[in-house]
Design a protein around this ligand. Structure first.
Ligand SMILES: [Zn+2]
Length: 201
């Protein structure tokens, strides 16, 4: 399986970003390829994890009572996997990035009510995620907001090792573990990952 995005992939991605419900036959027609080719390309992009999922984009500005805030904080728990797992359980955390600077956590939050914010920060972000030294920026106006990644043809795919988090140069070791396609920098990482999964069970 090629580890690059070609022109056809980029075209299909662009079509699906504009309309995630576009039918295979229409994609095939617009991209000027056969139906099986279009289907196979989309399947491949999903398997590679380039297409994570098909979702719905809402205009949160239209939903009354919601509050958006950015939070910068210090990271004390340095286990990225644990942070990922815990943050995945928090619907209020829309996006979470590790950034450079003295506060390494950058979170994009969305809550029902501004009055819930202090409690959410104290109980969830501080206690559960181990973050501290919060700098809170509430959003008053949205000037521009994007959700689509621009994809250019001939982009190489970049994989990170699912065990150690390192960027994988060359071909990743691919394994299906509990039905999920996983990428590793080597067999050592794959084995260590499987051991960790086994321990959690
Ligand atoms: Zn690794």
């Amino acid at each position: 399986m090629s580890m690059r995005i070609d022109e056809l992939d980029a075209h299909i991605i662009e079509l699906l970003q504009n309309n995630g419900r576009m039918m295979y036959k229409d994609i095939a027609a617009v991209a000027n390829v056969s139906l099986p080719t279009a289907k196979a390309r989309i399947k491949r992009l999903k398997e590679l994890g380039v297409i994570k999922r098909f979702t719905v984009v809402l205009d949160s500005e239209m939903l009354w009572g919601r509050v958006r805030a950015f939070v910068l904080a210090k990271v004390n728990l340095l286990d990225i996997e644990t942070l990922k797992e815990k943050a995945a359980q928090m619907a209020e955390v829309r996006n979470f990035y590790i950034v450079t600077g003295d506060r390494q956590a950058f979170l994009d939050l969305e809550l029902e009510d501004i009055r819930d914010l202090p409690k959410f920060i104290a109980e969830r972000l501080s206690k559960e995620l181990g973050l501290s030294d919060f700098n809170i920026l509430t959003i008053s106006n949205v000037i521009k907001e994007g959700y689509n990644v621009q994809v250019k043809p001939y982009t190489s795919l970049r994989f990170r090792c699912d065990f150690c988090g390192a960027v994988i140069y060359g071909r990743p070791v691919v394994q299906y573990i509990d039905g999920v396609r996983r990428y590793f920098s080597g067999n050592d990482c794959a084995e260590a990952f499987k051991e960790r999964v086994a321990k959690k069970k």
